[in-house]
Design a protein around this ligand. Structure first.
Ligand code: GTP
Ligand code: MG
Length: 187
């Protein structure tokens, strides 16, 4: 499980079963896969992909899913290394997953990676929502999230917006500008 430091690294966190793998696999494969009987997350953590940027160039990226659970705390702190953007997910039909954004996920990423921007992502927006769009937006503002997006992997809505926002945040960041700085030749 080797990854280059030069890759655009995105981390996906959130409670168990909020739809992290499905969201990532939508980005990779361009369609919804029902993962009800899917393998546990330990089997695959890293997904390699590419992002198109304005001038016809593409950016190599790796999307890393972090497993939930206290047993994985140390593993997660390793996986967070070199992250450029973090997606903090909750499911709109699951109040506990929303509660854990505040009391678990944001404190954990803020402790490990205080300077890395994060996007609050409300998943499974096709289901009856217990968390409204307004509540999601309000929390994103309160926690200083870089953005807020709701999506449904099942219906394919909002997925493009999640990854467009992710790319925009990175390409505007100091880390990206420093990496792409060309030497200035003064003749
Ligand atoms: N209705 C609906 N179901 C979804 C959506 N996305 C994922 N699911 C279902 O939710 C369940 C969990 O999805 P996963 O993608 O495995 O969730 P996860 O967060 O990766 O789960 P863990 O890796 O076990 O923590 C599966 O049965 C998916 O088919 C969605 O947008 N809408
Ligand atoms: Mg998963």
């Amino acid at each position: 499980m080797k990854e280059s430091k030069k890759l655009f690294k995105i981390i996906v966190v959130g409670d168990e079963k909020v739809g992290k793998t499905t969201l990532i696999r939508w980005k990779i494969n361009g369609c919804y896969e029902d993962l009800t009987d899917y393998l546990p997350v330990e089997v695959k953590l890293l997904y390699y992909t590419s992002f198109n940027i304005d001038n016809g160039l593409s950016l190599a990226g790796v999307i890393t899913e972090c497993p939930d659970g206290n047993d994985y705390k140390i593993l997660r702190s390793c996986l967070y290394k070199n992250a450029k953007v973090i997606l903090v997910c909750y499911s709109v039909d699951d109040e506990v997953s929303f509660f854990h954004v505040v009391h678990k996920w944001v404190p954990e990423i803020s402790k490990c990676q205080p300077r890395v921007p994060f996007i609050l992502v409300g998943t499974k927006s096709d289901l009856t929502a217990k968390i409204s769009t307004g509540e999601g937006k309000e929390l994103a503002e309160k926690l200083n999230a870089a953005d807020f997006v709701e999506c449904s992997s099942k219906e394919g809505t909002g997925i493009k917006e999640v990854f467009t926002a992710t790319l925009n945040i990175y390409t505007k960041s100091f880390a990206y500008k420093r990496r792409n700085k060309r030497p200035c030749n003064i003749l």
